[in-house]
Design a protein around this ligand. Structure first.
Ligand SMILES: [Zn+2]
Length: 147
């Protein structure tokens, strides 16, 4: 029986590399930022806009067991709001910008940045957590029926 702390898993039969191991940090992070499976990079890690696949269909990496939770949105907000606040300070350096102009420029910009950055950042978070093998425990299979 495989230990939960193993960082390798068995890929589906038919693949040349039957036992899959995590790649190095740069490769895993690059694949995560490009929203692909951090382990193999062959298929999308997502099954929708932000829903992570239960398992990679190519290498069987347990993507759905990675507990990303709220980390991606926190990181997205920290990065996006730093960018927007810096742009607001630069744009209104002399104090001449009206609040209406600020509202119509920076609110849509903030929303666009958040929507564009959330998915790659979630992919990167997924890659980091999978790389350090921070996974939820595998669901136990309980034999059913007593007769
Ligand atoms: Zn994979």
């Amino acid at each position: 029986m495989a230990d939960d702390t193993d960082i390798t898993w068995i890929a589906p039969r038919g693949r040349a590399q039957h036992e899959v191991a995590m790649p190095g940090w740069r490769v895993a992070l690059g694949r995560g930022l490009s929203m692909r499976c951090p382990a193999c990079g062959e298929v999308s890690a997502f099954d929708g806009y932000l829903k992570v696949r239960r398992e990679c269909s190519s290498c069987a990496a347990p993507l759905g067991r990675v507990p990303c939770d709220d980390a991606p949105i926190y990181l997205t907000l920290v990065i996006a709001l730093h960018i927007v606040i810096l742009l607001m300070v630069l744009a209104d350096y002399d104090g001449g910008m009206s609040w209406v102009a600020s509202l119509f420029i920076f609110v849509p910009l903030t929303l666009a940045l958040i929507l564009l950055m959330m998915r790659p950042i979630k992919g990167a978070t997924l890659a980091i957590m999978l790389k350090v093998n921070l996974l939820r425990p595998a669901p136990r299979v309980v034999p059913s029926g007593n007769g």
